[in-house]
Design a protein around this ligand. Structure first.
Ligand SMILES: [Zn+2]
Length: 134
């Protein structure tokens, strides 16, 4: 690999970052809507979501349905909340101007990767290395 192929000093195009930010904000509000359907924010900690327990009725099959729906919603809520956290972290990095920097090697993450995966916080080289370890 020659020096020109290394991308440690390469800066991200500010227009791409602006585009990514818009995209992240859109995804964020979509996720918050989805979360609001199945959960509610805790009053004393608005960053935490609590899954609502569905009410279908009092018959045994309705109770079973409630539990099954609640279990599904719990799993969904965890996935959504993790996505939301990733997006908020990415938005924080944009604010602090550290967006696009790999958290492991400190190199610049390729713009192509960020456009495909805006919440990526590690470069593809580090990611591959870590995945191969496990
Ligand atoms: Zn890296």
């Amino acid at each position: 690999m020659t020096n020109t192929e290394k991308n440690t000093t390469e800066k991200l195009n500010p227009e791409s970052v602006e585009q990514i930010k818009k995209d992240l904000l859109k995804r964020k509000s979509q996720l918050e809507e989805d979360l609001a359907d199945i959960s509610q924010r805790e009053e004393d900690n608005p960053d935490e979501y609590k899954v609502k327990f569905p009410e279908f009725g009092d018959k045994p099959d309705e109770n079973a349905q409630e539990i099954s729906e609640y279990t599904t919603n719990l799993a969904t809520e965890q996935v959504l909340e993790k996505k939301l956290r990733d997006i908020n972290n990415a938005l924080n990095r944009i604010e602090k101007d550290t967006y696009g920097t790999c958290k492991y090697c400190g190199g610049t993450i390729k713009e192509k990767r960020l456009l495909a995966r805006p919440t990526a916080s590690a470069c593809i080289e580090c990611k591959t290395k870590l995945q191969n370890q496990s």
